[in-house]
Design a binder for this molecule. Structure first.
Ligand SMILES: Cc1cc2nc3c(=O)[nH]c(=O)nc-3n(C[C@H](O)[C@H](O)[C@H](O)COP(=O)(O)OP(=O)(O)OC[C@H]3O[C@@H](n4cnc5c(N)ncnc54)[C@H](O)[C@@H]3O)c2cc1C
Length: 404
């Protein structure tokens, strides 16, 4: 006999989106299960963990979970730029510590966490709506009945695929990175490396974590390029390309690999009794494919909306729609603008990248941060497109606005 559980809300996936949804839902007083297929939360790291201090503070993430960054270096084959700020605005997360803190917050509020719980299928009622999930746990086959399910399973989107609502992402990023001990590194400076040799459709990076540890990685856009990021990463490390040579002797600590959707905001994210959040909803900034802050922010919104709906006794798609309304209002136009810059960047030759860095150099630190975060507030964008003292910057922001 399969093991059976009954919950108000079941959240599939113990990443940042799932833990954050479980947190606000449990805090709102309903019975929540958070299901994770790995043996522990964040057993496998699939991300570089860059995010922004403003968001870290907003979420209440503790200070010992991140390394602050205040200098942003870019290099292309024949150019190099560093934008130096007076205070750190970016950060590289200790991913395990942060994700476990998020899950712990949910547990403290009463959510039950089930690890080694690999969800494979959905349970539907006579109308075809989802009313639970099932999979394999430590005691074999396990069934979870619930009023609402949140699919926070990341790139794979296990639940909404099992419902037949979505297929595999067509456009996505593939990334490989090594966490390494190095001899020399400035712990407050990150590097983004662009041009064909680093990645033909994407970029490479060096993100410092403090204590002479860095993440060195390569991201490649699919299907634009068929380059294998792991292979390319090994090549640029062997060649000690660009700023990698400054790091001195490299000692491998851990290898990370992951996929991130890059299909724009193409998915519906609410159905009867079902919400999609985080990577399963495609909620990432396409400029640098960063999604952690959106996963946490909209995970929290999803948990609140789902739990309010459960309390009200109505969990159809109309009742869950305030969640979709919330995230669309906040990021839809920004993500569209960022997509335009990404399209421009993916087509650049090495020589064009050299020139692009000359434009980036003209941005003040706070303009650069807004740009790379894709925080294109309309008034800000118009200001930059109309009044920036440098013509090249005005042209870049006119492109973001949609003008040729
Ligand atoms: C190489 C790479 C580098 C990146 N770098 C950055 C960065 O620097 N900054 C940034 O903000 N974003 C970055 N991202 C993106 C970021 O990692 C994601 O946007 C973010 O992790 C999304 O969170 P999530 O909770 O939706 O999904 P995930 O973090 O993928 O979490 C999903 C969870 O669900 C679990 N799961 C999956 N299937 C099942 C199942 N069937 N049953 C039970 N559990 C299941 C998984 O084990 C996992 O724990 C990067 C992505 C990649 C691939």
């Amino acid at each position: 006999m399969p093991e059976e559980h009954h919950y108000d809300l079941v959240v599939v996936g113990g990443g940042p989106a799932g833990s954050s949804a479980a947190y606000t839902a449990a805090k709102n007083g309903i019975k929540v299960a958070l299901l994770e297929k790995e043996s522990t939360i964040a057993e496998t790291v699939r991300t570089s963990g860059v995010t922004w201090i403003q968001n870290i503070k907003e979420f209440g993430i503790p200070d010992d979970c991140f390394n602050p960054i205040k200098n942003f270096s870019f290099c292309s084959p024949n150019n190099e730029v560093t934008i130096s700020d007076t205070i750190p605005r970016a950060a590289v997360l200790d991913v395990r510590k942060t994700y476990r803190w998020l899950a712990n917050e949910a547990e403290q509020c009463g959510a039950d966490i089930f690890v080694k719980m690999n969800i494979k299928n959905v349970i539907k009622n006579e109308k075809g709506d989802i009313v639970g999930v099932n999979g394999v746990g430590p005691n074999g086959e396990t069934i979870f009945h619930s009023k609402v399910v949140i699919d926070a399973s990341g790139f794979q989107s296990t639940v909404c695929k099992a419902m037949g609502f979505v297929e595999q992402w067509e456009r996505f990023g593939a990334g490989a990175e090594y966490e390494m001990k190095v001899e020399h590194v400035d712990s407050e400076t990150w590097w983004l490396m662009v041009g064909q040799e680093y990645s033909p459709a994407g970029y490479a990076w060096i993100f410092p974590l403090g204590n002479n540890i860095v993440r060195i990685g390569v991201g490649v856009g699919k299907p634009e390029s068929n380059v294998d990021p792991t292979q390319r990463l090994k090549e640029i490390i062997d060649k000690k390309l660009g700023p990698i040579k400054k790091l001195g002797k490299l000692t491998e600590i851990e290898f990370h690999y992951g996929l991130i959707p890059n299909d724009g905001l193409s998915r519906k994210t609410v159905f009867n009794n079902l919400i999609l959040v985080g990577d399963s909803a495609g909620q990432a900034n396409p400029l640098v494919l960063e999604g952690i802050r959106y996963a946490i922010k909209f995970g929290r919104v999803a948990g609140k909306v789902a739990s309010d709906a459960i309390k009200s006794g109505k969990t159809d798609k109309e009742s869950l729609y305030p969640y979709e309304e919330n995230w669309r209002k906040e990021i839809e136009s920004k993500i569209k603008s960022a997509g335009k810059v990404q399209d421009r960047w993916i087509g650049l030759t090495d020589e064009e990248w050299d020139k692009e860095l000359d434009i980036i150099k003209e941005l003040r630190p706070e303009e650069f941060i807004d740009f790379i975060k894709a925080d294109f507030g309309l008034s800000n964008m118009i200001k930059l497109a109309t009044h920036h003292p440098k013509l090249a910057v005005r042209q870049l922001f006119n492109l973001v606005k949609g003008k040729k």
